[in-house]
Design a protein around this ligand. Structure first.
Ligand SMILES: Cc1ncc(C[n+]2csc(CCOP(=O)(O)OP(=O)(O)O)c2C)c(N)n1
Ligand code: SF4
Ligand SMILES: [Mg+2]
Length: 764
């Protein structure tokens, strides 16, 4: 169905602009605010997280009204964006690395159904191993998804290309979603001088009215979006997508020219620097190309005719412009911050070679080099080395090594191997024989546990020297919990503060075997490991008598994005413990809200301001969700009650060994993001327990038992008395915010009363 391009109000002449000093992320957020998207669906991931944070901050201050939807993961964020897009309106998302990969399957759906939207990608290397710094391995995964891909070399380009990309994406003959990719940290976090339109209306005029798609919000005109499509239609659908890419390529010069007239800033499909008479060139994406330009200037002073080419758009691939730029070039070195392992060159090397091949006259020699993976810096010396390699090939008239890695340091086999800092634990050391667990007459377990101090004889399984903040409750709580576990333990950590502060190649703080997979997939991964253990035991491939307890450690955020995997493992009943430490937010990524963040709490994605009062929905009741999977044991605990937590750990171990999955949630303090003093964490957690916000209880074989009740001992606190202890909730004590406080109190009370009813009635 052909859709006419939206009419646009004419933008006459140069628009008024203001000069500032901003990062790429700031420019992404500012352009999104000026575009006035209808909706942003997002999930935090470094280094793009700031974009949603800044937009939330602006929203709280009343600067825009974009609907901000915090997703349960990037797959969810992409789904939210697609759902919003089929309703019409303008849609925005921002992500990086695993976030892009986790949403990857949604990308061809968005383009295949031809719903435009904008996705800002602060590029970052993809796992594994995990590394948060910038390369282009993430954006390369998007090359085959049917999205337009613009490459923004600096903060100014982030702003400009966001406006340009959306304009191209929404053309009636294009109707494709667009990515604007800029270098993680290099561009996302470095401030540069920028100019932006003074008046948001300039941006609105530039974009014109919203493209009206085939939309799901017109009941008088029912439509079917997303039916399955067999042959012969599917190939036609894809061919149309190809035509849309062609239309975008054809439209680019006109759109770029119009933008130049409006802003005074010129973009071309390919940025050419001193290419007119260049005999050697380097091809680089984004910020590295800027470094190479300075080097080209220097080489020219030596008489070398050097130039740099760098595309502003890679989908559609500007093959003609690249061929044209390289026409007189004797040798080009194509440097890529990504690889196509086994492909003898990363993707764009092959695309450039194929573009050149289409010109029978072309004699340019091509060298392909993978560089800068994992955010490895690219200095002027590196750019010079690239030019020299191209020069050498040009002089020789042949390429000696068409493809290689640049900047790799070979290991030295003569070097002694890294030695263990702390010896492995023996089974004798980890087995105290002080904890006895046995089934009781009512089917529930009876634990004979010594006073906590007696367990001090057991060595720590996490040694000091990790990088957690002073006063952080994570490791004291984990240590206390693990003291209730006897014998050998294998741990799996989901991504979060506990993981990033305790391991960093080649070091670890763990004295036991530790595994990390992706942020959200720990429960599935540990399920596999548990089953492999039992199967290898059955086959006699492991020493007889081997007995391992498997423990997954996750943050509360991990139980958002990893909820599906955790429920899956619980329903299958693998013999393992899932221990969630809840610090009420995504703390290692800078304190964004998690679903466990309580209502009204301030985080970096739930600001407090005239137009927003912290998080807008209640905290997730994860223990009850897990209890609903009917696993044999669910518990809550805190560090301040070791005589409560340790027996629960012992029970969890017994159930993991004999009955299935056990799950526990411990509330831990995060002084950094709760905005409290380092030394008061235990008191605040105690107040959370005494206010019944975080009741201590267990659900054993379906029967609920409250294990600490503050009421009969006269310790019940008002919720307000707990909230006033933290900087992040101080605002809830103000009379103006009494309504929100009342909502929190009511919800806490409702959950507490329901728990008490369950405690009284075993059938509930
Ligand atoms: C697919 C994916 N999305 C996002 C991230 C970024 N990320 C890593 S850890 C984390 C938050 C972890 O929060 P939580 O589990 O509560 O642990 P905490 O940091 O609070 O200890 C996020 C958003 C990622 N690594 N992978
Ligand atoms: S940010 Fe919070 S949870 Fe993370 S290490 Fe610091 S105090 Fe602990
Ligand atoms: Mg957390």
């Amino acid at each position: 169905m052909a859709i006419a391009p939206p009419p646009r109000r004419p933008t006459a002449g140069r628009a008024a602009q203001v000069v500032g000093f901003h990062t790429g992320n700031e420019m992404a957020a500012l352009s999104a605010k000026q575009i006035d998207f209808h909706l942003m669906g997002y999930y935090p991931i470094t280094p793009s997280t700031e974009i949603a944070e800044l937009l939330d901050e602006m929203k709280a201050a009343g600067h825009h009204k974009i609907v901000m939807v915090p997703a349960d993961g990037e797959h969810g964020a992409a789904g939210i964006c697609f759902g919003a897009a089929v309703g019409g309106g303008r849609v925005f998302n921002a992500t990086s690395s695993q976030g892009l990969l986790y949403s990857l399957e949604e990308l061809p759906v968005q383009s295949g159904t031809r719903y435009p939207m904008l996705l800002d990608l602060a590029t970052r290397t993809v796992s594994g191993p995990l590394d948060i710094r910038g390369d282009h391995s993430d954006v390369y995964y998007a090359l085959n998804t049917g999205w337009l891909i613009f490459m923004a070399r600096d903060p100014q380009a982030v702003y400009d290309l966001n406006l340009i990309a959306l304009r191209v994406a929404e053309r009636g003959d294009v109707r494709l979603p667009a990515i604007v990719a800029f270098d993680g940290f290099f561009t996302s976090h470095q401030k540069r001088r920028v100019s932006v339109f003074e008046d948001d209306a300039t941006v609105h005029d530039w974009l014109g009215p919203v493209l009206e798609p085939v939309k799901a919000l017109d009941p008088r005109n029912p439509v079917t979006i997303g039916p399955y499509m067999n042959d012969p239609d599917l190939i036609n659908n894809k061919y149309q997508l190809e035509l849309a890419m062609d239309a975008a390529l054809a439209a680019l010069p006109e759109v770029f020219a119009e933008y130049e007239a409006l802003s005074g800033r010129r973009y071309d499909p390919v940025d050419r620097y001193r290419m007119d008479d260049a005999e050697v060139a380097v091809f680089l994406l984004n910020s590295a190309a800027e470094t190479a330009k300075d080097v080209a200037d220097r080489l020219r002073e030596e008489g070398v005719r050097a130039g740099v080419i760098s595309p502003n758009v890679i989908r559609p691939f500007p093959a003609d412009a690249i061929r044209e730029a390289l026409r007189g070039v004797r040798a080009v070195l194509i440097g890529e911050r990504s690889s196509s392992y086994g492909g003898h060159g990363a993707n764009l090397s092959h695309e450039i070679k194929s573009a050149l091949k289409d010109d029978a006259e072309n004699r340019t020699l091509c060298l392909s080099r993978v560089y800068g993976l994992g955010g490895r810096d690219f200095y002027a010396e590196d750019a010079e080395a690239f030019f020299r390699l191209a020069l050498e090939a040009a002089e020789r008239g042949a390429v000696e090594s068409p493809f290689d890695y640049y900047g790799v340091e070979p290991g030295d086999p003569a070097k002694p191997r890294q030695r263990r800092g702390v010896p492995a634990l023996t089974r004798e050391e980890t087995t105290s024989d002080l904890l006895k667990v046995k089934p009781g007459p009512d089917g529930r377990l009876e634990v004979d546990a010594p006073p906590y101090w007696q367990l001090a004889c057991k060595p720590k399984r996490v040694v000091p020297g990790h990088g957690a903040c002073p006063g952080c409750g994570i490791f004291p709580a984990i240590d206390q919990f693990l003291r209730g576990i006897e014998g050998d333990v294998v741990v799996l950590y989901q991504t979060g503060c506990a993981m990033v502060t305790s391991t960093g190649y080649p070091y670890t703080s763990h004295r036991v075997t530790y595994v990390h997979n992706l942020f959200q997939n720990g429960a599935a991964t540990l399920s596999g490991l548990v089953e492999m253990f039992h199967e290898r035991m059955r086959r006699g491939e492991l020493p007889s008598g081997e007995d391992i307890t498997f423990v997954m450690i996750t943050g509360d955020g991990g139980m958002d994005i990893g909820m599906g995997a955790a429920i899956g493992a619980a329903l299958r009943g693998h013999g393992m413990i899932v221990l969630e430490y809840d610090n009420e937010g995504y703390m290692n990524t800078g304190s964004q809200l998690s679903y466990s963040t309580p209502l009204g709490h301030m985080t970096s994605t739930s600001h407090v301001g005239p137009a927003e009062l912290g998080k807008s929905f209640h905290h997730k009741d994860t223990p009850q969700i897990m209890a609903a999977t009917n696993i044999p044991y669910v518990f809550t605990g805190v560090e301040g009650f070791p005589d409560d937590l340790v027996p629960k750990a012992a029970k969890a171990q017994w159930y993991a060994k004999h009955a299935g999955t056990a799950y526990g949630k411990v509330l831990i303090s995060c002084p950094l993001n709760w905005k409290t003093e380092d030394r008061v964490g235990v008191d605040i957690v105690q107040a959370a327990v005494d206010s019944c916000f975080f009741p201590l209880y267990e659900v054993e074989r379906g029967v609920t038992r409250i294990t600490y009740d503050p009421e009969p001992i006269d310790r019940r606190l008002a919720v307000a008395d707990w909230l006033k202890l933290m900087g992040k909730t101080k605002h809830l004590g103000k009379p103006a915010n009494a309504a929100t406080l009342a909502l929190i109190e009511a919800e806490v009370e409702r959950r507490w009363q329901r728990l008490k009813a369950r405690d009284k009635h075993p059938l509930l």
